[in-house]
Structure formats: structure tokens, C-alpha cells
Design a protein. Structure first.
Lengths: 430, 430
């Protein structure tokens, strides 16, 4: 983002600010948030599905009964009773832990920041999926990490490619600090690792002595059967597990957590105290009161059904309307499908035309640090109603048809517009 | 903090974790939080003074009317309407700004973290008062800054000493990135800069081309006359101003803010998005609703009167009970008085004895990075009722008398117990 005003401090910034870049597409998203645009871009949960009268009563009761605690500073590690309740939530993905292993954070984004802060020196390598969560890439870049993508297949992160990447990076004399993975209902790829795959990935990490950072905001939002067992359920010392209430209760509360091996957890608490003193008691106790007094498993079922219906609307209309040569993943949960465009099309170059046709998505380049993703886009089905999703896909299909016409005339649209593959996270990409 | 369990990741941590240290006195504070102990240690605001029924109604109304916004992700910079309301709050300390100059943070601690993240490379110098806020020292150390203390006098940070420190540090070939100051009702010193002094400090910073970081959590909590005008009211480009609702409304909401020059503010927003995506809409809109519908200036008056009564209780009983040779500052607002013990006494060595006599304070060493502060302690009067404060001072006076007896026998108590001057922030020291 350039400024027309002169910045008198331009020569004073820390080295690390070079890794903090504004998204080129941010301005476009301001346009995309207009009500006439069907946004398949944002990752906003549909919190309207919460019963607001119930929420109001829950919070009223909290403030009348424990207001002096809810409105006071709390522990840097997080409320101890909430940490016990988090154990119940994680039991759904087969994680067992002790409340003392948990640190509550201002959203799991903050847990990502703290883990990176505690482990990564500038130049340390973090291995991530190709593609990977834009907000995690932003954190790794902000700490001047060297981010290396590892290919995925239909079962997620490929363990053979992972082992090869570790060997290659180490042969270059670099230190691999972490493997970052989203095993369930991947953002943005919409892929879920099989249980066999999880064990294979863990085995590679363990045998290389590399920490596995498991990010699991969507784990409880599967559309069929039991939630997948987390990798953390297989191993305690080698995995940091990140969880969040943003998608299962409400994102505006900003409450997530990390489960970490004992020594790591101690460091994370020190880092958290430095970063924010303590997470909000108000948000934490709101969630705690909600979990203690409301049928939260039923609420998660409501969310599952809502998102399944929207996933179905997306997949059906993609099937019906997308031009030949377009492919997409079929998510079994979560918020996202990952689309690959026909040969010769560029998702980022196409975005302004899409927005002018009143549909928005996130171009694939945002999910890579290396300029890949030009042929991809992330479609979110979490927020718009099913009928709006169908309308959005209809508009998008028309835009792609139009681009195909241009490509047929000029050979390709790639490179017709500037596009350097660097994006930074923005809340609407969460 | 040492762990009995072996940490398999002990060789993997980032260099910066060396700057993250657990407080040696943390264990003692666990004891000190027992109800029979009079704690003059913590900086917890007395949020019980809020009308909890009013708070419950305010939040109910918010959730029923705007629940879908309050519980959703928001902007990384913070809610735009709250940012406008913050202008009204800052008008009390004569700061004028544009809402776009403001970034809302998870408590002003997070603003401290972000400013340091954006400006400081390892080894950069930050000049701070002697003593300074323990949570700020923790942040500067976590970013591997070289913290240099500058003496205060009765009017606060000494501008001549400041200019000398800048010259000395620069002569050593080091880069001074910031001057960190708490001009009003200083934590822990209980001193307030005169308006003349503020202009002098600003002039030194400007002529050296060094950024001034003005931390003002207590500015509205003065006990007589108008709130002091902030340094930021004198200059826009050279000052970052940090404000907070933690002491004027409630700390458990974790809402603070920074006002920064335009180019800096852009960088802070990018850093904030990487750190937490966005501040909590739930907390922000709670405050916004409160400011819009409740007489918040009256609430601040209530807090002022409450804290003045407690300050009076503290100063009166110190006057009445403290042994000769003990001195203390007389705060005109805020939460703290800074005590200097008689020659030969060590506040940290004395703390276990004080806690065993059921009174707690924060030893002065926590507010220095260089081992100074052995003869000092911070006394907080914000949380206990006046009668408890008097009882606490009575116990403390007896402990000091006892230490004086030991010192008379053995010469001094300094060094009788290990004490290396390194403390890290903990929420109860806020």
C-alpha cells in the first residue's frame, strides 16, 4: 500500500517490516463487500445461526453473577475452568491433554504468532502445504522465515514429498523449524488427510526431529461421520495443536488455544504475557458460560448442516455451470473448495472483471509465497445463502467463459496484468 | 522458571526467547493472592465500581440489535465507530486526531508489542525512565532491544539526562529507536510530568529525530483539576500515543489503542493482522455501546473519587507508620506510590518476610533492567478498600522495622538473598 503522504520514519523501521506486505487485492475487497456482490471470498462463519436471545441471556447471567471477574485482568495462560472445558471440545477429535498444557489466545492466529515467535529465527525454514493458509504465511514472513511449499495430493500433504523437502533444505545448510499443516478440511484446498496419511506425516516429522504444528479450526465441522482424529491424538511431545472457537461458536470473541508440550507451553505463556498481558476474561468467560449452560454440540450440528447445504449448492452449481477444463476439490467439511482454471487463465488477472460482474473470490496466488497459484482460486461457501452461492457461481462461470474467449483470441491471459504472487493476510481472508 | 520435565525442544527455540524470562517472584504472588494477604502489589482496577446491571443491559441490547456484527470478524484496524468515539475520550487530554490515525488493540500492551515489532531490530536502543513499567521492559527485551534507563526527578523524566543519554549511546555507535515515557501518574513512580517538562522532553526527542512513545493508561485518573494534556497534543508526527480502556472502563475487555503518524499506523495495522487478524468485535462493540449510551464521564469521576480516597489512606498511614528514613512519592492520580527504603534494606530480600506477615508489594528491581531498585518498592492502592490499605501499611511498617533490626545487627540485608534484578511482566503487575 503506497501513501501519498511522506513518512518521516521511513528509515527507522525494523528489518522484519520487509516481510509485512499489504495485500494488493485489499482495495478490491472493499468493493467486493458491497451487498450486490456475491462474495465467495471471505471465510466469515455464519454467526447469524446463533440464537442471539440465548447469547444475550448467557452474557447477562455472567455479568450479574461474575462480572467482577469477567471484567478484570486474568491469567496470561487463560482461565483455568475454560481450559478444562477445552478438553471436552478436543475430546471430539480424540485429543487428550492436561489443562496445564493449554494456553488460551486471542484467536488461534495469535497462537500461530506466538509459536513462530518462540521457535523461529530469521532464515529458519517452515514447511507448509502448497497451497497454505494466507494468515499463517503472513506470520511466517513477518518473522522472516524461509517458507517452503510441499505438494499435496488427494489425501493432503504428501509425506514422500515432505521427506524430500526436508532432505533438500537441510542439504542447503538450512534449519527446518516446523512443519505447518491443516489436516482437516484444509484452507484453502478443501482436502482432508486420511488417518493413514496423518500417521505417515507424523512419522516423517518425528524421524527428522521436526516440530509439527497442527492447525485445526475446522475439525468439528465435518459433514459426515465422526470428526477426524487430530494428529495430536497420536503424539504429545512432537505436535503443537491449535484450536479455535471462531468457527464453532463465534469469531468475534477472538478465542483460540494451543496445546503444547510442557516446556514449549511455558515459553508460549511468557511470549503471550509480553504480547497482550492476558487474553480477555470477558470473551473467555462468555465462552465458558456458554459451554457450561448451552447445548454446544447441538449448535455445532446446526453449523454442520448449514455448511453442508451450502457446500452442496456450490458443488452442484459448479458441476452444472463451469466450462470444461475447470476442476475443483470436493470438501467433506469446513468452508472452502479449491478451483483450478482451464489452461491459460489467470485468476488474479481475472478478479477485477469478476468483481465488475458482481462476484468475488480469492486468487490462488495469496496462498503461496512463491508466485504459484495463478491458475487457482479459493471459493468459500460458508457465508452466503445457497441461492446466492448458485447466483455467484453462475456469474463466475460467465466470467470464465469470457476469459476463455479472450484466451482463444490472444493465446493466454496470464501476465496481461501485473501479478507478483505476494499477498498478506486480511481478516476477510480468514 | 525451571522445569523438572526434560524439554525435547530445548535446542530449537529462537534467539529472542533469551529475552523472555519468568518472574522469580511469580511463585510468591501465587501466595500473595490468598485473601488473608493485603496485596499492595497488583495493578488491578476496582471494576466492582461498575454497575453490573447496567453492563448486562448494555451487552444484551448490543447482542439483540447487532449480535451478528459483534460476534463476527472485524477490521484489523478496529471498529470505525469506536475509533470516532476514542477521539472524544482523547479530547480529555487535548489530543486531536483523525479516526484513521487510530488502531485498536488487544489492550495497550499489544500496542506496545506492535510498535516495538515495527521499529526495533535486535540491539536497537530504547530509552526508558528509571524506573519504568515492567510490561514495557518485557516487550523491549522480548525484541532483544538494548534498554537504557534515564533518571527521573520530581517532575518526571529529566530532559538534560535524556539528551546526555542519547549522546552517550550514539557515541557508542548504537541506534536509539524510541524514547518510552509515561507522563501522567507514572507506573511505578507515581510522578507526573509538568506541562513545561513535557515540552522539554518533546524538544529533546524532536531535535534528536527520535520517536517518542507516550503511554497514557492513567491520564484520565487524576485527583485534582483537569487531566494533564498529553505530549501528543503538542506534536503529531513525532509521537505515538497509547491509550487504554483498562483503567477507565474495564481491563477484562482488553481494549486499548495507538494513535500514530500515518505511515506508522499503516505498518501497525499490517503487524496487528499478522498477530491476531483483528481485535475482538465483541469487546469493541461492548465499549462502543457503553460509551454511546452510558454517562462514561461520570463513571470516570467515580473511579477518580474511589482511587483518591485510597491514595489518601495510603499516604496517611505511610506518614503515620513508616520508620524514619523511608520516603515515598505522593501521586496526584493513577494507582501507585514509589517507596524508597531506609539505607541498607533490600525490598526483594524482604518480600518473603512481608508475605509471611500477610502483606505484598512489588520489589523495585522489576522496574529496572540493570539490577537497580533494590531499595525501592511499588505500592498500589487501586484495589484494596481503604481500611485494608491501612492494615497493609501497618504490617509493612512492622516488617521494615524488623529488617532494620536485622540490618542494625548484621550491617545490611542487601545480598543476604539472591537477587539479580531481572523480572518479567506478569498480569498481576500490570
Amino acid at each position: 500500500m503506497s501513501s501519498s503522504r511522506l513518512d518521516p520514519w521511513v528509515d527507522s523501521y525494523a528489518q522484519r517490516t520487509n516481510g509485512m506486505q499489504a495485500s494488493e487485492i485489499r482495495a478490491l475487497f472493499a468493493v467486493a463487500s458491497r451487498p450486490e456482490v456475491v462474495s465467495l471470498a471471505g471465510g466469515m462463519p455464519f454467526v447469524q445461526a446463533l440464537d442471539m436471545e440465548m447469547m444475550a441471556e448467557t452474557v447477562s447471567k455472567l455479568l450479574l453473577e461474575r462480572g467482577a471477574v469477567a471484567l478484570q485482568y486474568g491469567s496470561g495462560q487463560g482461565d483455568v475452568f475454560l481450559r478444562e472445558q477445552i478438553l471436552d471440545v478436543m475430546a471430539e477429535v480424540k485429543v487428550t491433554a492436561h489443562p496445564d498444557d493449554i494456553i488460551v489466545t486471542t484467536g488461534s492466529q495469535m497462537a500461530l504468532d506466538l509459536v513462530t515467535r518462540v521457535f523461529c529465527n530469521p532464515g529458519d525454514v517452515v514447511l507448509v502445504e502448497a497451497p497454505s493458509y494466507v494468515g499463517a504465511l503472513g506470520v511466517f514472513r513477518a518473522y522472516e522465515c524461509d517458507v517452503v511449499h510441499v505438494p499435496m495430493d488427494d489425501e493432503g500433504l504428501n509425506p514422500i514429498a515432505l521427506a524430500e523437502a526436508i532432505a533438500r533444505v537441510r542439504a542447503e545448510g538450512k534449519t527446518v523449524k516446523m512443519i505447518y499443516t491443516i489436516p482437516s478440511f484444509h484452507n484453502p484446498a478443501g482436502i482432508t488427510q486420511s488417518q493413514v496419511r496423518r500417521a505417515e506425516i507424523l512419522a516423517v516429522a518425528k524421524s527428522a526431529g521436526i516440530l509439527l504444528l497442527e492447525d485445526d479450526p475446522y475439525g468439528l465441522l465435518g459433514f459426515e461421520g465422526e470428526p477426524p482424529a487430530a494428529i495430536r491424538s497420536l503424539d504429545e511431545e512432537g505436535v503443537i495443536y491449535l484450536g479455535s472457537f471462531s468457527k464453532t461458536i463465534a469469531s468475534g470473541l477472538r478465542v483460540g488455544w494451543a496445546v503444547a508440550p510442557h516446556g514449549v507451553r511455558e515459553k508460549l505463556v511468557l511470549a503471550a504475557e509480553s504480547a497482550v498481558l492476558c487474553p480477555s476474561n470477558y470473551s473467555q468467560l462468555t465462552i465458558s458460560q456458554y459451554l457450561a449452560t448451552q447445548p454446544w454440540r447441538e449448535q455445532i450440528k446446526t453449523y454442520q448442516e448449514l455448511y453442508r447445504e451450502r457446500r452442496d449448492a456450490l458443488l452442484e452449481s459448479l458441476e452444472l455451470l463451469m466450462p470444461a477444463g475447470t476442476t475443483w476439490t470436493k470438501p467433506a467439511g469446513g468452508f472452502y473448495s479449491w478451483v483450478t482454471l482451464p489452461e491459460g487463465l489467470d485468476s488474479k488477472a481475472m478478479l477485477p472483471r469478476a468483481v465488475s460482474q458482481l462476484v468475488a473470490y480469492v486468487p490462488g496466488t495469496g496462498f503461496y509465497v512463491n508466485g504459484d497459484g495463478h491458475h487457482n482460486m479459493r471459493l468459500s461457501y460458508c457465508y452466503p445463502e445457497p441461492e446466492r452461492i448458485r447466483e455467484g457461481v453462475r456469474r463466475l462461470a460467465a466470467v470464465i467463459e469470457g476469459e476463455l474467449g479472450i484466451a482463444a483470441t490472444f493465446g493466454t491471459t496470464v501476465g496481461l496484468r501485473k501479478s507478483d504472487g505476494h499477498e498478506s493476510p486480511a481478516p476477510n481472508l480468514a
